[in-house]
Design a protein around this ligand. Sequence first.
Ligand code: NAP
Ligand code: ZN
Length: 366
Amino acid sequence: MKKPQTGNTASLYKTKAYSAASETSPLAATSISRRETTDNDVQIEILFCGICHSDLHTVRNEWSSIMPTVYPCVPGHEIVGRVTKIGSAVKKFKPGDLAGVGCLVDSDHTCPNCRDGLEQLCPNQTLTFNSLDKHLGGVTYGGYSESIVVDEHFVLHVPANLNLAGVAPLLCAGITTYSPMRRWGDIKGKKVGVVGLGGLGHMGVKFARAFGAQVVVFTTSENKRQDALRLGANEVVVSSKPGEMQKHAGSFDFILDTIAAVHDINAYINMLGRDGNITLVGAPEKPLSVSAFALLLGRRSLSGSLIGGIAETQEMLDFCGKHDITADVEVIPIQKVNEAYERLVKSDVKYRFSIDMASLKSEQTA
Ligand code: NAP
Ligand code: ZN
């Protein structure tokens, strides 16, 4: 077990990034320090980085009561790129390899969760951004950046046959939807609901369909109906239409709720059949109100799920390689990131923004 490094003893290099200076500031070009590779590190030139709604929650300090944002904040945890340098003890990667990094860059490797391959539940985990940086002090900086340096344990192999802009979102939206469906059991032939057709939701639809489920999408956006069917849904319900909702009451085995804002979860609990489960992956900034009776009647359960472990993330990427699954992306230059955030708030993205990081090269930073 290697000892975590503390303090500022690591040697550093500068790299360009986009950061927010406060919860009301737009993201803007800057220059940040990264550590040079230590023995177990992989340095990656970032090619694409997805925009997760969690980036926006964090940049705007919407989760202040759970994890307050430290500024400047460089978000981004859907990272795909190419290895440029490796430390002397690195075994899994060599320069030139494709590589992915998701929401985690470190954990303690010794707690029961880490021992079970559930690094995402480690009490001493380090998130890719806005988490204590054990090497440099301060907080970690994420993927809206030219390059990143990460312990190889947290770096994933990326299947070579997939479009890289569409791979980036797999590192968070992909694993966050894959993991709870896998854990729930064999969903082949089961009736599965996906609530919210955004970045997570559209990946949920693709996975549920690939696992052989009968998939129903719940959306607030009438204009996403055709897309939902194209993405693999068997049926689409526009949640503002009581007749469409009523038809499905009490009929689902499993529902994945990806909504990013406060909403009436009881309307979806009531969609479950006996022993049905609804799993929350969406993380609204305020608590949801849950009706006990909606759970009691039908012996239903409500769970939560957080991304996935490293081995499971690799399993998901390999599954995507085999089944040719990527996110549907709108590729944007980094200069459009603030506009993209405004559209994300309005649920107006089809279905994930993926930033082409080559666009960062033209920025002049100090
Ligand atoms: P997103 O792309 O913005 O998608 C969220 C979708 O929720 C929207 O497209 C919209 O779908 C629906 N929605 C938004 N506001 C709504 C409202 N007021 N009422 C009803 N539906 C609403 O966001 P995302 O990146 O998929 O992330 C979704 C949530 O998951 C965020 O809270 C994010 O922080 C969280 N998250 C959690 C994990 C985890 O590990 N648990 C990982 C990543 C992200 P329609 O237009 O179809 O209605
Ligand atoms: Zn995310």
